[in-house]
Design a protein around this ligand. Structure first.
Ligand SMILES: [Mg+2]
Length: 125
């Protein structure tokens, strides 16, 4: 574990409870403060009262999807500075282009590699 001076808050959005739990546990073990949401709509409500430093964004979500939510957040003065990293099984080049076009700052492919996940996350902080 790398000691950090600041407590970093990360919002993890994923409609799959197992994925959500795995990512949250890895990040919590490393000292991050974690908030979780199952849907984009839930995240929008949460973001009205708290702004994390980083959002881990599942793309395939029921209702508003992760790319729509990213586009929305990157278009809003209040939230456009938030780092957003897509975490998704969509790994084709065209998918990556859509992810970048929506405004995501980066991309981590699913299933996540539990050995390198934290290192990958820290490159965005
Ligand atoms: Mg999903």
């Amino acid at each position: 574990m790398i000691k950090m001076d600041t407590l970093y808050q990360i919002l993890v959005i994923d409609d799959n409870a197992v994925n959500l739990k795995l990512m949250s546990e890895l990040l919590t073990l490393d000292g991050f403060i974690i908030k979780t949401c199952f849907t984009a709509e839930e995240a929008l409500v949460l973001l009205q009262s708290t702004l994390p430093q980083l959002i881990l964004m599942d793309i395939a979500l029921p209702g508003m999807d992760g790319l729509q939510l990213t586009h929305h957040l990157k278009s809003d003065e209040r939230t456009r500075h938030l780092k957003i990293v897509a975490v998704t099984a969509f790994a084709m080049k065209s998918d990556q282009e859509r992810i970048t076009a929506a405004g995501c700052d980066g991309y981590i492919s699913k299933p996540i590699n539990t050995r390198t996940f934290i290192t990958q996350i820290k490159t965005y902080l």
